[in-house]
Design a binder for this molecule. Structure first.
Ligand SMILES: Cc1cc2nc3c(=O)[nH]c(=O)nc-3n(C[C@H](O)[C@H](O)[C@H](O)COP(=O)(O)OP(=O)(O)OC[C@H]3O[C@@H](n4cnc5c(N)ncnc54)[C@H](O)[C@@H]3O)c2cc1C
Ligand code: SF4
Length: 442
């Protein structure tokens, strides 16, 4: 009898263990399947392959702790599949490195480029100087993302620039900083701290990529040293708080950064550099710091009226725009997503020069087709903008010479961008393509 009870107890425990094991295996399988579905979707959406920095998981080391997934502040960049960590939306990685710090067995490194998709990076030495003596690079353009890294590199690059400057020079400036994102701002402050004659030129708005963040985004960063200010003790902050800090330090030190001043080319003669602006202005300098990031310059339509205030090349706060006649130009995902966001509260026309959309993410294609059917967005295929006027836009359609009119308050242009590669090559800077080079590891 005792033996029977003992047998029943052991049998019950074994059954319990079996049930727990089955539930566990099923959960693992379900999660694995879910990650598989997400990867398939990411491939379809073109965001599975990384465009820049991304985590690389060594499958022989990974013990499936999941610590990297919990640590990553972004969504669905990593997931566990078939018992190993794997990348899902690799192109959304912004290079925090939180994943690699969290991994208990050092199975993650951050790499740039992959075997399939190389990434062009300018050559530079540990002092941030390129192969062209006198031209330096700081921030994301050099391959390393993040606000703190950009701020640190901007400051350190200037410390090196100071060492190569001559006391006497016919140049107008000691240093021209191109770009006013975190790297350019920090470099400008460091230059002022070192009493350099500095000019900072920004093609757009002070703040760089940070200026384009949504107002509600939580900006993850870590304490950093900002020249002429000291320690910035943020771990989490907002776009507004960061921009306010930069504006306040710059104005306290009487520094004016020239916005809306795109540098078209850097040339050199007799050891002096010349920065040539889109506006035609030119300035000479002993040294140049390129802090232009990696996002490039929005391509323009080159039509009359494009330089007016109602024209923009990005949509920052769609919820603030209502009851307007809006024209969105372009046929890619950015154009379509912006048109869809604006369509609820505005009268939106989308002008695209081709006969149909051919390269949209499936979800965007579905949504725009539904909006067209429901009359929410007026799409003008085969159309070209002729000019942007006060209160209206003139355009042509289907190769006809007849000029048509469209009531208009705002224009958003998404005609692609020019990457900085050509700009760098024109300045004589060597570029190397990286196919999976490790940038950061434990
Ligand atoms: C969606 C998103 C979220 C992110 N979140 C975070 C985060 O939470 N925390 C974090 O630390 N980092 C984050 N990052 C990364 C961070 O924004 C960048 O690493 C950082 O802004 C890089 O700074 P930078 O100064 O090198 O370049 P940028 O900020 O890109 O600035 C470059 C500037 O140069 C200007 N420029 C370019 N060409 C020219 C030219 N020819 N003439 C004049 N000016 C020119 C541009 O207009 C731009 O203002 C995020 C990035 C993205 C895209
Ligand atoms: S580097 Fe940052 S964004 Fe990229 S996976 Fe790691 S934690 Fe996430």
């Amino acid at each position: 009898m005792d033996q029977l009870i003992e047998f029943a107890i052991y049998g019950f425990i074994a059954l319990l263990i079996l049930i727990v094991l089955v539930i566990y295996i099923r959960k693992q399988r379900r999660e694995s399947d879910e990650v598989g579905v997400k990867i398939a979707q990411a491939k379809e959406d073109g965001i599975h392959e990384p465009v820049s920095l991304h985590p690389f998981v060594d499958p022989n080391r990974c013990i499936k702790s999941g610590a990297c997934i919990d640590a990553c502040p972004e969504e669905d960049i990593l997931g566990i599949r078939h018992g190993k960590a794997t990348v899902i939306n690799a192109s959304h990685c912004i290079g925090h490195g939180a994943c690699l710090r969290a991994c208990p067995v050092e199975a993650i490194s951050l790499r740039i480029g992959t075997e399939k998709r190389g990434v062009d990076l300018p050559d530079m030495n540990p002092n941030f100087e390129t192969n062209v003596p006198g031209i330096f690079i700081a921030g994301e353009l050099g391959g390393m993302g993040l606000i703190k890294n950009a701020v640190t590199q901007g400051r350190e690059a200037v410390d090196n620039i100071v060492k190569i400057l001559k006391k006497e020079s016919p140049a107008e400036y000691d240093l021209i900083v191109v770009g006013a994102g975190p790297a350019g701002i920090s470099a400008t402050l460091a230059a002022k701290k070192n009493n350099l004659k500095v000019l900072t030129l920004e093609q757009d708005t002070l703040g760089g990529t940070v200026f384009t963040f949504p107002r509600s985004k939580i900006v993850m960063t870590s304490p950093m040293d900002l020249p002429l200010h000291g320690k910035v003790k943020f771990n989490e902050t907002s776009k507004t708080e960061l921009l306010n800090l930069w504006h306040s330090v710059l104005s306290k030190n009487n520094i004016i950064i020239r916005e809306n001043s795109k540098v078209e080319a850097i040339t050199s003669e007799n050891g002096i550099f010349r920065a040539e602006l889109l506006s035609g202005e030119q300035y000479t300098t002993q040294a140049v710091l390129l802090a232009i990031g990696r996002r490039g310059t929005p391509r323009k339509l080159n039509v009359t009226g494009e330089d007016t205030e109602k024209v923009a090349y990005r949509l920052l706060e769609p919820e603030d725009i209502s009851n307007k006649n809006v024209l969105v130009v372009g046929g890619g995902d950015s154009a379509v997503e912006s048109a869809l966001l604006l369509a609820d509260n505005n009268k939106v026309t989308l002008s695209y020069r081709s006969a149909n959309f051919s390269r949209l993410k499936p979800k965007n294609a579905e949504k725009i087709n539904t909006s067209i059917k429901n009359g929410l967005i007026n799409v003008r295929f085969n159309s070209n903008i002729v000019s942007i006027e006060n209160g209206l836009v003139l355009y042509t359609e289907n190769d006809s010479e007849e000029v048509l009119r469209l009531d208009n308050d705002l224009v958003f242009i998404f005609a692609g961008g020019e990457l900085p590669t050509q700009f760098l090559k024109k300045a004589g800077i060597k570029i190397s393509t990286k196919y999976g080079e490790t940038i950061l590891k434990n």
